[in-house]
Design a protein around this ligand. Structure first.
Ligand code: FE2
Ligand code: FE2
Ligand code: FE2
Length: 326
């Protein structure tokens, strides 16, 4: 049943944050061995102990409310985290994929704590507000540390196995970016259909237009290079987007979950274009460098617009549940 009081909603946010930390731990315990880049592995190892502390802090706040972590949610999220690490390990470009995913994941956590802090504030729970802000700052710092590894992960990807030729790696990165834009189209379409606060729906709709233009520009660039998008990757990511959107529609606090996820997804794209620009530079293709940098600016702006909507996302989620906040 959906929670209908502010107290119950706060516990639900804490429970979700706990499951997120358990998922992070499942990933951080295995990812360093697969990282393929020593700097990235070191950054991931440091965050493992920080994440253990986050898990304890959130558990303490749950206990203060007479609640405990959800075994079911924790288990589901742990399994999902493991699945992703195995997937990244199977990719030809493991360091780059892992760094992009980790960067996006830290932003998912960051958004979750931004939302938790707001709900705790409305509930008058100053201790949880303080914990949420402290953890949020550590997630933000971790995201910066990951960003600082992009030069190295691209160099590692250039050296690794199959993709010796920078031009070939560049075509792969362009095709991956195209598939990600296809996924973005599916997600934004569904987010608009699901609805929510008008400010957020407008941000999703504006970015949907930009996303179409990004996909077209990537296709043109691929064609100019004598390559083309991967139908298989495009289709796989498009199906994934629809499944995710259905999952969010089934959540009791859809506007908040959607905003957190959209924020994380924009950062997955940001990491992708940061790395694409570097690969294009290594391949001596200034036109692709310029394209990646132009799209990057729009992805960063889109992420900012979603973050501007965190307040209305919380209000919208609580309203949808009939929770009185005044
Ligand atoms: Fe964390
Ligand atoms: Fe984290
Ligand atoms: Fe985007």
């Amino acid at each position: 049943m959906s929670p209908h009081t502010l107290e119950e909603q706060l516990i639900a946010y804490l429970t979700d944050a706990h499951a997120l930390e358990r998922q992070a731990l499942a990933q951080l315990r295995r990812a360093p061995k697969l990282a393929g880049d020593e700097a990235l592995a070191a950054v991931l190892r440091v965050h493992e102990s920080e994440t253990e502390r986050h898990e304890q802090l959130v558990r303490t706040r749950l206990e203060a409310h007479g609640a405990s972590p959800s075994r079911v949610k924790d288990a589901v999220m742990e399994a999902g985290g493991l699945g992703f690490v195995l997937f990244a390990g199977s990719q030809p470009d493991t360091p780059g994929k892992l760094a992009a995913h980790a960067y996006s994941y830290e932003h998912l956590e960051l958004a979750a704590y931004e939302l938790l802090a707001r709900v705790a504030e409305l509930a008058g729970d100053a201790d949880t507000v303080a914990v949420a802000r402290e953890i949020r700052d550590e997630e933000a710092a971790m995201a910066c540390r990951i960003e600082a590894t992009f030069d190295g992960t691209v160099a590692a990807s250039l050296q690794a196995g199959r993709e010796h030729d920078p031009a070939k790696l560049l075509d792969t990165y362009l095709a991956d970016a195209h598939a990600l834009e296809e996924q973005a189209l599916g997600l934004l379409d569904k987010a608009i259909e699901i609805g929510g606060p008008p400010e957020l729906t407008r941000a999703y709709a504006d970015h949907l237009e930009e996303t179409r233009a990004h996909g077209d520009a990537l296709e043109r660039r691929l064609a100019q290079r004598g390559a083309r998008p991967s139908k298989l990757k495009d289709a796989a990511l498009r199906v994934g987007a629809v499944n995710w959107a259905m999952f969010f529609a089934a959540q009791p606090d859809t506007p908040g979950k959607l905003a957190a996820f959209a924020f994380a997804f924009e950062h997955l794209e940001i990491a992708g274009y940061e790395q694409l620009a570097r690969v294009a530079r290594a391949a001596g293709d200034p036109e692709t460098v310029a394209l990646a940098e132009r799209i990057l600016r729009e992805e960063r702006a889109a992420a900012g617009h979603v973050a501007d909507g965190f307040d209305v996302a919380v209000q919208g989620s609580l309203q949808a549940l009939g929770v009185a906040t005044a």
